[in-house]
Design a protein around this ligand. Structure first.
Ligand code: A2P
Length: 280
């Protein structure tokens, strides 16, 4: 199993990212980042709206790991869409993280017709700022998050630089096949948020039985399954033994028949956050 994916601009991205959503800022964020980096993670998935980028940045700094050996992602929050506001939000994120460049910057959610008449223009204006930051060397790769095909198509029609990544909800029982196919056909790497789903996924009897056969936990099956489907998982935990467990997935392989069983599971565990109707 490869430990990196290659993005469409030839940048290598470590194949598991450490999620930071719902991680409290301050000591907790500092400690979990140091723990994750000590366990071998080299890819941190942050976002301005998680309100913990100061702690995440301090954790990175205290780890002592060289910047060039890390891959750090952040995301532009919805209230900052637009050209000027994106440039400013990016600078704030960089400052909070105590970094002088980002490896990847994503538009967190698309502007959509549900909230804006000019939603396509708004996404294009935001993207123009991201392209500029990329061209100025402040970001190594740019992408989107929670974009479906009908959001990506108009953006790509106007874009000079194609998105490298689309980060979407992805876990057993919620695979978003149409979106994944469109992105795969266009060489856009899929990253999966909430790769463990919610309680329903971790409690699923079929997944429990499969996990037992491999002597692994259901969480490890979810993470390995995403990777074997070429999706980059972003597991989040604040619990040291789980942080370690979620990275310990390189020493086994899920068989083709078990992959098929998981791929064909009935829908479960979706967050219900539909990009076209969410109100944030
Ligand atoms: P905690 O952070 O308290 O350890 P997801 O990444 O799918 O959004 O899942 C995150 C949730 O799953 C968090 O509540 C996290 O709890 C929990 N979690 C993370 N890793 C594991 C694991 N290996 N086993 C069980 N629960 C986990």
């Amino acid at each position: 199993m490869k430990t990196y994916f290659k993005l469409n601009n030839n940048i290598n991205i470590p194949s598991i990212g450490f999620g930071t959503w719902q991680t409290p800022d301050g000591e907790t964020a500092i400690n979990v980042i140091k723990t994750a980096l000590n366990d071998g993670y080299r890819h941190i998935d942050a976002a301005a709206i998680y309100k913990n980028e100061k702690g995440v940045g301090a954790g990175i700094k205290e780890s002592g790991i060289e910047r060039k050996d890390l891959f750090v992602t952040s995301k532009l929050w919805n209230s900052e869409r637009g050209y000027e506001t994106t440039l400013k939000a990016f600078e704030n994120t960089l400052k909070d993280l105590q970094l002088d460049y980002l490896d990847l910057y994503l538009i967190h959610w698309p502007a959509t017709a549900h909230q804006f008449d000019n939603w396509q223009q708004l996404n294009n204006d935001t993207w123009r700022a991201m392209e500029e930051l990329y061209q100025n060397g402040k970001i190594k790769a740019i992408g989107v998050s929670n974009f479906l095909e009908h959001h990506l198509k108009p953006l790509m029609a106007q874009a000079t630089i194609k998105p490298t990544v689309n980060q979407i909800e992805y876990h057993p029982g919620f695979m978003q096949n149409d979106c994944v196919k469109f992105c795969t056909d266009n060489n856009i790497q899929i990253e999966g948020w909430s790769p463990l789903g919610r309680g329903e996924v971790l409690d699923n009897d079929m997944l429990k039985a499969i996990a037992q056969n491999y002597n692994k936990s259901v969480a490890q099956i979810c993470i390995r399954w995403a990777l074997q489907n070429n999706v980059l998982p972003l597991p989040k935990s604040v619990t040291p033994h789980r942080i370690k467990e979620n990275f310990d997935i390189f020493d086994f392989e899920i068989s083709d028949s078990d992959m098929t069983r998981i791929n064909q599971m009935d829908p479960i565990g979706s967050s219900g956050l539909d990009p076209d109707t969410v109100d944030f």
